[in-house]
Design a protein around this ligand. Structure first.
Ligand code: EPZ
Length: 419
């Protein structure tokens, strides 16, 4: 397994270009199942989760061509096997995003239950119950969701908790259903808005993007479209923390600050000087140690759970005591034990971790447990004295494109060790 070797203690300085958003690319890729025409996507990030989704679609008979290394063409006209096998789904729970499009377009789907992961049980009851309300017959047996529907019908869906991928699955299924579907308590993440923009280019009739109530009027068919994938706000937030934790100065290009408001507020609270424009964000710590900041994660526009681990690392060397409360997932503090190995002073009490900022951290051998936990270990290593080895970095390759190149270009001493 690849590992990352990082020698910390140097303030980062320079510019980083932000890639397309993983959590926008994945639903938009599966939305290609909704039309027999070709769709053309740009700014799709080169990530393991994207490759997994491409492989999954290809097993269904979808034709996917990479043009000039920038554009991906997807054509589902020959897709005949609406089946998502366990061996692919178990590596990426977002594979559940094929369920809605397959049912909406083909009236049949057999999708492996994704199962839990490091950060929680990750149930899919909201996906299944909502599709049943739209007329699907669904049975769960042998670890698979087996769903059929002659023709889905519009329904009123009220989520008991705003679920990102459940919102996306129901939107996609509803685009070809009979009648109108209304989703209440919908998730409002920017990646959902990007999916809606793309679906409307295909001819879908959708209102309510960026709100908790989304209305979809079913149409007969959808056509092909071109789309530029939204930039990744979590990748951007991670590199902003890299500047904050090393006392450095970074300018991130190709990212809109409007999707980062809650993160930028917390970084300013930690003492960062932030300058923004429509397509870049600049952060300058002016060599100062960050101040401790309290974090309370929640659904968008609240503070993103996907930035919680990164702020644990920042608070581990901040001046003062902080509390970080994780309200979205029940087990998303796996990174804290590894941070303790580097000298972090913290204490977990249920969903809250209390951190007393240490003057410095020390390099150590640490192990990644999930995608954002691995990012927090890289951040801690960038600030730590001495050498850190981060193991199992296949987790980080799922969501960060060329991380060692991007960090090296702004002064980090980081290299990938092959076994
Ligand atoms: C999406 O996961 C993201 N993944 C996650 O990003 C992100 O952390 C999460 O949303 C929250 O923002 C993708 O978009 C591919 P949820 P998702 O359904 O949709 C409960 C990353 O790091 N729930 O919004 O799976 C669930 O247990 C990944 O990029 C149900 O109870 O998350 C959780 O408590 C990690 N029943 C809450 O909803 C369901 O049927 C929010 O989860 C579905 C969810």
């Amino acid at each position: 397994m690849d590992r990352l070797e990082i020698k910390g203690g140097k303030p980062l300085s320079g510019e980083i270009s932000i890639s397309g958003a993983k959590n926008s690319a994945l639903p938009i890729l599966t939305a290609s199942l909704l039309t027999k025409d070709s769709i053309f996507l740009k700014n799709v990030p080169r990530l393991n989760d994207v490759s997994t989704t491409v492989n999954l679609l290809r097993t269904m008979g979808v034709e996917i061509t990479f043009h000039d290394g920038i554009t991906i063409e997807i054509n589902s006209s020959k897709a005949t096997r609406p089946f998502a096998a366990y061996d692919l789904v178990k590596t990426m729970r977002a594979s559940i995003l094929v369920l809605g499009p397959l049912l909406g377009k083909f009236g049949f789907a057999e999708v492996s239950l994704p199962g839990g992961c490091a950060i929680g049980a990750r149930p899919v009851n909201l996906h299944v119950e909502s599709l049943k309300k739209m007329g699907a017959n669904i049975e769960i047996s042998g670890g698979y969701i087996k769903a059929t529907a002659k023709k889905l019908k519009g329904a009123e869906i009220i989520f008991d908790t705003p679920s990102v991928t459940a919102t996306e699955n129901i939107i996609m299924a509803a685009t070809l259903a009979e009648g109108e579907t209304i989703i209440k308590n919908a998730a409002q993440e920017p990646e959902i808005e990007d999916l809606i923009i793309f679906l409307k280019k295909m001819g879908a009739r959708i209102e309510g993007a960026c709100s908790d109530t989304i209305k979809i009027k079913g149409v007969k068919e959808l056509k092909g479209a071109n789309h530029l994938i939204l930039s990744d706000r979590i990748e951007a937030g991670t590199y902003l923390v890299a500047a904050a934790i090393t006392g450095g100065h970074l300018r991130l290009n190709k990212i809109s600050p409007k999707n980062l408001s809650s993160v930028l507020l917390k970084l300013e609270e930690s003492g960062a000087f932030i300058v923004t424009s429509s397509d870049y964000v600049e952060i300058d710590m002016r060599g100062k140690r960050p101040k401790a900041t309290n974090i309370f994660t929640g659904p968008y526009p609240g503070f993103p759970t996907d930035m919680q681990a990164q702020f644990c690392a920042l608070n581990a060397i901040a001046d003062g005591v902080s509390e970080i409360t994780e309200t979205v997932f029940e087990n998303r503090f796996m990174h804290t034990q590894e941070l303790q190995r580097m000298g972090a002073n913290l204490n977990i009490d249920g969903r809250k971790v209390t951190i007393s900022g240490a003057d410095s951290l020390n390099g150590a051998n640490v192990m990644a447990t999930d995608l954002r936990a691995s990012a927090s270990l890289v951040l801690a290593a960038l600030a730590a004295k001495g050498r850190t080895i981060v193991d199992r970095i296949y987790h980080i390759d799922r969501g960060y494109e060329s991380i060692e190149e991007k960090l090296s270009q702004v002064g980090a001493d980081i290299k990938r060790l092959h076994p």
